[in-house]
Design a protein around this ligand. Structure first.
Ligand code: DSN
Length: 460
């Protein structure tokens, strides 16, 4: 290998070792199957395919149907016959998985998926109502540092002291501001949203404002749980659009996805600005609106992952994710950890580590890294500290459940976390952590021994 290549592959091997010998508890991460991995690393990365394949309704692919209907292919490059079929497969499977009329599988990420929906529906300066970042929302739901917040006016709602969405605040702000788009979604929220109430608020806003209001769920975190039937589907409550990433609980490649309900038509048509036409407005907003060429290798990997998620075994997997999270949450409470919302109904857990053990989230994150438990420091809704030294630590069970960990291992993780919290407490700060390196190394050996008992798909 050349000197240019070797360092990169060296680091990939080191990362493989890190993943194998530790436990991944960041709730937005997962391990993909070897088939997803192969599709991602395939020669499809060589292809350009700006535009869209023929639209044919929800059939997987039918050459005769396409020929008989003389459906146009809306690509801007030649050599599309294989990538067209792959994209259609991904679209059809995504629609089947989430009961959507339409899917756009091209967004490169969740952030790009969200921006495309805003661009499809909102004019510059329009109002979007979403959850605030400290309350558990996402950067793209209105954080001032984003481009989104420069284009649209975001109004945010938060959570109550009990950790529920503050529905009264949401309703009040919705009726005061009459937003064009109401958004529910989060990166750190442990309850099941009341989709019915939110849909009712949207209807009230629509009536009062005299215009259609788009109801959108960014379900990036819980997409796999919805696909596997252990979490309600926003479409069952009248939502128009659902966005997601494809790599979290859905266990696909890193990427984005937009699903919608409405009339599916050619992306070259110039539809009226109505909710009924949202599928076409979204297609036009993704390409050419906010993206150029799709990543065909990633779309192929999405098609594989959606196929995997349609299998009965995926339902068992997501049920186990939630069971593991509930067990881990209970164990953590027994070990003296105070949890935001007092527990979890999904795959996410948010610990108030400052209230529990008097240390900050970043210090705890770094100490846990030393023993091979990976999770992330996170702000809490009530946090007085900044994002670099927040009071919370966020963890979740999608990745360890893929590896096959269960009840016994959840008990051990909670105990190790307590052991490390006590060490951090004694050390006082990171500078004094080396004084406890023997204790940390001993826990590290136990974590590694356990991790090596559970193979990683795509690696082992
Ligand atoms: N960065 C993701 C997460 O970790 O939750 C959200 O996009």
């Amino acid at each position: 290998m050349s000197e240019f290549i070797e360092p990169v592959f060296d680091l990939i091997e080191k990362e493989k070792k890190r993943q194998r010998e530790g436990l991944e508890l960041i709730p937005s991460e997962n391990y993909v199957s070897s088939n997803v991995l192969s599709a991602m690393g395939s020669i499809l990365t060589n292809k350009y395919s700006e535009g869209y394949p023929s639209f044919t309704g929800l059939t997987e692919w039918d050459d005769d149907e396409i020929a008989s209907k003389k459906l146009a292919n809306h690509r801007y490059y030649g050599g599309q016959r294989n990538v067209d079929r792959i994209e259609r497969l991904a679209i059809a499977r995504a629609c089947r998985l989430f009961h959507a009329d339409h899917a756009n599988v091209q967004p490169h990420s969740g952030a790009q998926a969200n921006m495309a929906v805003y661009y499809a529906w909102c004019r510059p300066g329009d109002t979007i109502l979403g959850m605030s970042l400290p309350a558990g929302g996402h950067l793209t739901h209105g954080a001032k540092v984003t481009l989104d917040a420069h284009i649209w006016k975001f109004v945010n709602y938060g959570v109550t002291a009990e950790g529920d969405i503050d529905y009264d605040e949401l309703e009040r702000k919705a009726l005061e501001n009459l937003p064009n788009l109401i958004l529910i979604g989060y990166s750190a929220y442990m309850k099941i949203p009341d989709f019915k109430r939110i849909a009712r608020i949207r209807d009230d806003v629509s009536r009062k404002a005299g215009h259609e209001v788009l109801l959108m769920a960014d379900m990036a975190h819980v997409a796999g749980l919805i696909a596997g039937g252990v979490h309600p589907n926003p479409f069952d409550y009248g939502f128009n659009v659902v966005t997601t990433t494809t790599h979290k609980t859905l266990r696909g490649p890193r990427g984005g996805l937009i699903l919608s309900k409405g009339h599916v038509a050619s992306p070259l048509s110039k539809p009226d600005h109505t909710l009924k036409n949202i599928p076409v407005l979204i297609d036009r907003a993704v390409f050419p609106g906010t993206q150029g060429g799709p990543l065909d290798h990633i779309i192929a990997a999405k098609a594989v992952a959606f196929g995997e998620a349609l299998q009965p075994s995926f339902r068992t997997y997501v049920k186990n994710i939630v069971d593991n999270a509930k067990i881990l949450a209970d164990d953590l409470k027994e070990n003296g950890f105070i949890l935001q919302g007092n527990g979890t109904a999904n795959h996410l857990i948010l610990v108030d580590i400052r209230a529990s053990y008097g240390i900050d989230g970043k210090f705890f994150e770094r100490a846990l890294d030393k023993i091979g438990l990976t999770m992330n420091a996170n702000v809490l809704p009530s946090d007085k500290s900044d994002a670099f030294r927040p009071s919370g630590i966020r963890l979740g069970t999608p990745a360890v459940t893929t590896r096959g960990l269960g009840i016994e291992e959840m008990h051990m993780i909670a105990k190790w976390m307590k052991d490390v919290a006590l060490i951090c407490q004694k050390a006082g700060d990171e500078d004094h952590l080396p004084e406890y390196s023997d204790e940390l190394k001993s826990i590290r050996r136990d974590v590694k021994a356990l991790a090596l008992r559970f193979p990683i798909p795509g690696i082992d």
